[in-house]
Design a protein around this ligand. Structure first.
Ligand code: PEP
Ligand code: MG
Length: 826
């Protein structure tokens, strides 16, 4: 018997629909419900596991139709499919029909013994009767698309406003469309999407229309001409948006002078060179029907194979060092069943040609990432598109275009893919300047490993410069000068020279301890995220690891890492460190990095959601597995454990209790671990600063995470280029928090470190030493410079500088103070 599953946010709603549907057929149908969540305070929601169980309960080889209400119901249903066997999955049909009408129509049809296809068709057509009664012509998915409809009036427009069809502009678009009786549909031509209803905000939002995208609008009905004219006008008026108010505040700030732009610093160093405008070309594809689906699939497999070989050789490319690992992620994308399965289906079931099937699926996947609220994940869309284009080129037999420079230049582009960046000729590319991207994009990471200065997220004005225009960029502070004058060039060249010399000197003394002139020692440790980085850290003179970000173990996979896997990695890192200290931070993952296999979904305010210790305390199985792995690997090494995102004393107590429980289990099982292992927390939430004295009595050390602390102090999302400059860790508000935390730790007799990016900023070094931090933990590349900076300091003078900085009123003033005093120093 065909099964029917109703997925809803509300238990009551689902129960009502079930009752109504069952009444229609006297209860003779397999109907299950997955609705609500087990949270008494917030019972509205959906849960993938519940959906899976509901499907299982009504499953038969005849098939199961799943009807969902909205939003996360779809996500949960999709995720539930992953728990089923491949054979079962093929029999499950997620259906877009309206929940109430669809459930009733499907139930009646199933009870009459119809096939699953008929049941689905009945559910989909469920609105027709209602619409007919109301005299409305319904657009259904089965209907002829407007492109084939000879009566449809069509126009194609370019969306020019900065946000594209996002939020407010989309709402205006929908409101305008809804004013007309005509049926209006719209599609994103650039992304090659299907037509959707122009009067549905949800459907319009799924088109992912961005600045510069082409949209096609198709209209049928009596007032079609008027509707077209109104929509055309709306697009021409930029949807009523004044883009100037979207510019980052730094642009409007008084210190930004003419001819100077500000972006996000992505790779250190100064470059002065003519502009080379790079406009990558993408492979365009046509759709056509194929008869021999097996050979089409084979053709795709061969192209994937070629792309795999290319990626493997990039992985081995010497110049990229360990960052070539980025291409391992690209290889994983090529093997991902979530990508290959839909492509396969398009080829075998819909007879689509390989190029079209592949590109459509890649676009959908990239779009899913692109529309997530987290900038780090949005950057992954760039990786997916990059891999997608690589396969398309190989399908078409086109080689990857190389960036041919006739003279040393700064490349200017909207964005560069990792593939573009990896093949740059470092003798000719002196700098990179892009209008998209963030410091965490793989392009930025590759630029850093190639040693190419880069500034990303620069205002679009830079794209209008003619080739050959002189440009200067400073990857340390994100500044960009258009046609810089002689004075600016001289200053920047001097800066570049000074930096080079300091780097050479610092490298030579990197393995000495960091001791000030008046003999105050500061421990310099590294922030790492892999075994490879542990090696680099030691080569650069790290005295230990102050922050091991364990998230890397959980990313790019479909199931959580086992205890054994984690144990092996922690041990491997410990071996590289050879008895140096290793602070392992427990899983700091959450709403901003939605890992579906962990049951994590996007949240409206991801940075304020279930991150770090909040997630671990609620998911104790995952937490305990990690704690067991850390404890077991700790035996014979110098491990310390650190809990992230702590906001309250109770969280620390709860985490320690769980740790104690795991320790007891290990003792009972006679499994050795380091009984003296220190336990610490990260101070990165303002509440933790305010109660640092209370927290300090609970732990052996504190480590200040200024990346998060500054974003929370300044209420400025660290990944949002519009406000990221506000989240400046040198702002006195943040410095005062550091000072307060140091005081609290020292009054309780415990040590305190700092592991945010601020630790790697040599301008901050005198202040951090002066504020009394015992340890600085930073990215391995910056260790030599910071150690060198400490060796040139006098701790007593540094204290005076720090105290003066606390009383200034802006981060810029703090920078000015340090540079003026440092210039005067002997
Ligand atoms: C921080 O917040 O400063 C920190 C070091 O942690 P992460 O950057 O991993 O959030
Ligand atoms: Mg943090």
């Amino acid at each position: 018997m065909i099964g029917i599953v109703i997925v809803s946010h509300s238990k009551q709603l689902a129960a009502g629909v079930r009752e109504l549907a069952a009444q229609m057929v006297g209860g003779d149908v397999a109907l299950a419900v997955a609705a609500g969540i087990d949270d008494p305070n917030n019972p509205l929601g959906t849960d993938a596991m519940q959906v899976y169980q509901a499907i299982e309960s009504v499953y038969s080889d005849d098939g199961v139709i799943v009807l969902m209400d909205l939003g996360s119901a779809l996500l949960s249903a999709e995720m539930a499919l992953e728990f089923l066997s491949e054979t079962q999955r093929k029999k499950i049909y997620l259906c877009e029909a309206p929940l109430v009408e669809g459930a009733i129509a499907a139930t009646i049809s199933a009870a009459s013994g119809n096939s699953i296809e008929q049941v689905i068709a009945e559910a989909r057509g469920a609105l027709t009767a209602k619409a007919a009664q109301l005299g409305i012509d319904v657009i259904t998915n089965n209907q002829q698309t407007p492109t084939n409809n000879p009566h449809a009036v069509q126009i194609q427009l370019t969306v020019a406003n900065r946000l594209g069809l996002h939020a407010r502009p989309a709402a205006r678009f929908v409101a305008t469309a809804a004013k007309f009786q005509a049926q209006i549909q719209v599609r994103n031509v650039t992304r090659n999407t299907d037509f959707v209803r122009a009067d549905s905000i949800n459907q319009v939002a799924t088109l992912g229309v961005r600045q510069g995208h082409e949209i096609a609008i198709a209209v049928t009905g009596i007032d079609a001409e008027a509707a077209i004219a109104a929509l055309q006008q709306l697009v021409a008026d930029n949807f009523g948006e004044d883009d100037s108010d979207l510019l980052p505040p730094v642009i409007a700030a008084s210190e930004t002078v003419e001819g100077e732009l500000v972006g996000i610093p992505a790779s250190l160093g100064v470059a002065i060179a003519p502009v080379f405008q790079y406009r990558p070309t993408t492979v365009q594809v046509e759709e056509y029907i194929v008869e021999d689906t097996a050979s089409e699939w084979q053709r795709l497999q061969t192209a994937i194979q070629t792309a795999t070989q290319d990626l493997q050789s990039l992985q081995r490319a010497n110049q990229l060092g360990d960052e070539a690992e980025i291409f391992s992620a690209h290889l994983l994308i090529l093997q991902d069943p979530a990508l290959l399965e839909p492509v396969r289906q398009r080829i075998f079931s819909h007879h689509q040609n390989a190029e079209f099937a592949w590109k459509s699926t890649i676009d959908e996947l990239a779009h899913n990432f692109d529309t997530l609220d987290d900038a780090y994940l949005q950057e992954r869309a760039n990786d997916i598109t990059d891999v997608g284009q690589r396969v398309l080129r190989s399908l078409r037999g086109i080689t990857i275009p190389t960036i041919e420079l006739t003279q040393p230049s700064i490349i200017v582009a909207t964005d560069l893919t990792p593939s573009d960046t990896a093949q740059l000729d470092t003798t000719k590319v002196l700098g990179i300047c892009t209008t998209r991207g963030s410091a965490t994009s793989h392009t930025a990471i590759l630029a850093r490993s190639l040693g190419i200065p880069a500034v990303v997220g620069v205002p679009a004005a830079v794209l209008h410069l003619a080739n050959g225009t002189l440009l200067a960029i400073d990857g340390t502070n994100g500044r960009v000068w258009l046609e810089p004058d002689t004075d600016t060039i001289t200053t920047l060249q001097a800066k570049r020279e000074a930096k080079l010399q300091a780097q050479q000197h610092a490298q030579a003394t990197a393995h000495q301890p960091a001791i000030t002139r008046d003999r105050k020692r500061v421990t310099i440790a590294a922030n790492i995220g892999s075994v490879a980085e542990a090696k680099i850290a030691i080569q650069n003179g790290a005295e230990g690891v102050g922050l091991l970000r364990t998230e890397f173990l959980y990313l790019n996979r479909t199931t959580a890492p086992t205890e054994e896997e984690q144990f092996a990695v922690y041990q491997a890192i410990a071996e590289v460190l050879d008895r140096r200290a290793l602070i392992i931070r427990t899983l700091d993952i959450g709403g901003d990095k939605p890992l579906h296999y962990l049951g994590l979904h996007s949240e409206p305010n991801p940075f304020l959601g279930k991150r770090g210790i909040r997630f671990c305390l609620e998911n104790q199985d995952i937490f305990k597995t990690q704690l067991r792995a850390i404890l077991r690997a700790s035996y014979g090494h110098q491990f310390k454990i650190m809990f992230p995102m702590v906001a309250t004393v109770q969280e620390v107590q709860a985490a320690k209790e769980i740790l104690a429980e795991v320790q007891t289990q290990l003792r009972r099982a006679n499994i050795p671990f380091d009984e003296t292992m220190q336990v610490g927390i990260m101070v990165e939430i303002p509440s933790a600063v305010a109660i640092a004295d209370q927290l300090a009595t609970e732990v052996d050390f504190l480590s200040i995470g200024t990346n998060d602390l500054s974003q929370y102090m300044m209420a400025a999302d660290r990944t949002n280029s519009q406000v990221a400059m506000l989240a400046d860790a040198l702002h006195p508000a943040v410095l005062r928090s550091i000072w307060q935390t140091v005081q609290a730790a020292h009054s309780s007799g415990i040590w305190v470190g700092l592991c945010g990016e601020l630790a790697a900023d040599a301008v901050a070094t005198p202040i951090l030493v002066g504020l009394g931090l015992d340890e600085l933990s930073l990215n391995p590349q910056a260790i030599p410079i910071v150690k060198h900076a400490i060796s040139e300091l006098n701790a007593v003078e540094a204290q005076a500088i720090a105290q003066r900085a606390l009383n200034l009123d802006s981060a810029d003033r703090v920078r000015e103070l340090v540079s003026s005093l440092m210039q005067k120093a002997p």
